[in-house]
Write a protein that binds this ligand. Structure first.
Ligand SMILES: C[S@@+](CC[C@H](N)C(=O)[O-])C[C@H]1O[C@@H](n2cnc3c(N)ncnc32)[C@H](O)[C@@H]1O
Length: 206
């Protein structure tokens, strides 16, 4: 675990409310639109990588999904989420880990990542993430990723990111995933800035 990185994200979540953060969404509409079309069984295992305080978990719980794992480098983000969900979230698993070194011990049917993967700028971390995902998906699983796109921000939360097109993401995850759909999406931050995102849905080839 990169301690400086962890300290950075802990401070972010300790000093700001979710509504103040540029990536805040009242409802993660794009993720929900992709997810709903898959009509996955309620027993499926779902992981949200770099979940932060995202409301995607609220949507999943409301729909009756019971096997949800949230991973984030920030303990504060996960604690805030746990407190917010209360009794409703008692089945949720919380893992404090760095996506660049995390090794999943379970297998998942749906892996979600909005605006986390693009922070991995070292080739070794990207390689680790792709290996981890290929090892950790069940047959027929899906992966939904949202990253900053070309022409979008070059930094987020003061940190460098990598911008990806749908083709770039296909190349990165080619070892075990096939792209099924992609969307260019504009996210408007609370101060009115428009950020270009690439969203891609992949299916596991294994
Ligand atoms: C831009 S926020 C997006 C949060 C959430 N996915 C959402 O859509 O609201 C990025 C999140 O990734 C987490 N994060 C950043 N780098 C990480 C890493 N290397 N491993 C795990 N989580 C990380 C941060 O703590 C933060 O919660």
């Amino acid at each position: 675990m990169n301690k400086d990185l962890k300290a950075h994200w802990e401070k972010v979540y300790q000093t700001k409310s979710f509504e103040e953060l540029s990536w805040f969404q009242e409802k993660p509409e794009t993720s929900i639109q992709f997810f709903e079309k898959l009509n996955l069984p309620k027993t499926d295992s779902i992981i949200d990588m770099g979940s932060g305080e995202s409301r995607f978990v609220d949507y999943l719980l409301d729909k009756g999904y019971e096997h949800i794992t949230l991973v984030d480098i920030s303990e504060e983000a996960l604690s805030k989420t746990k407190a917010r969900l209360g009794e409703k979230g008692k089945s949720v698993k919380y893992i404090i880990a760095d996506a660049g070194t995390f090794k999943a011990i379970e297998k998942y049917d749906f892996w979600h990542d909005r605006a986390t993967f693009h922070f991995l700028t070292e080739i070794t971390e990207i390689e680790h993430y792709t290996q981890n995902i290929c090892r950790s998906l069940n047959a027929g699983a899906h992966f939904l990723i949202g990253t900053f796109a070309e022409g979008g921000p070059k930094k987020c939360s003061g940190l460098e990111i990598t911008q990806y097109s749908a083709d770039d993401l296909s190349e990165v995850f080619a070892r075990c995933l096939t792209q099924k759909k992609s969307n260019k999406v504009n996210h408007t931050t609370s101060d009115g800035t428009v950020q270009k995102f690439t969203f891609c849905l992949f299916k596991y080839d294994g």
